[in-house]
Design a protein. Sequence first.
Length: 170
Amino acid sequence: MAAVSLGVLLPVSVPAEEGPQIPFVEREPWKEQAVELPPYPDGQHYVSVPLQIAGSRLEMSIDEPSLVIGEDGVVRYVMLLRAPGGSENLFYEGIRCSTREWRTYAYGDSAGTWRTIEGGEWAPIRNLGVERYRERLYRYYLCDPAMGTLRRAEMLRRMRYGLPSDDRFH
């Protein structure tokens, strides 16, 4: 009598010690690097960031020399917000692309100096109310929500020349 193969595979038990051994490497928890305030902007190196927010005439600019990507992955920058009436607010902030969070480190005063914000916590970036400009900065200029932090040159290119013509941005 001839043996017939039915093409059925039966489970085979392999002891764990005989299977492939993949070492588990635990990542260290994220730690923010020490932050030094940048020089107060001289007003000569602002890059205007196009904002298209319904119902808002707010203008935003980033001080180019202050735009850095830290070793901790945080994108830090000096941001100038100008209201239609001419009032201005200056902030030194950071955005974590990997977690969609932001934080303010300091604000500029009328004397041309930084005022640090002690104990500032990371907060989620929301597309609501007065925070909508931060969501646009995150989504279109500093981060790619699907890929993470953009290269600095790409950030500046997008600010200066607009977004790439890609369906993801419309």
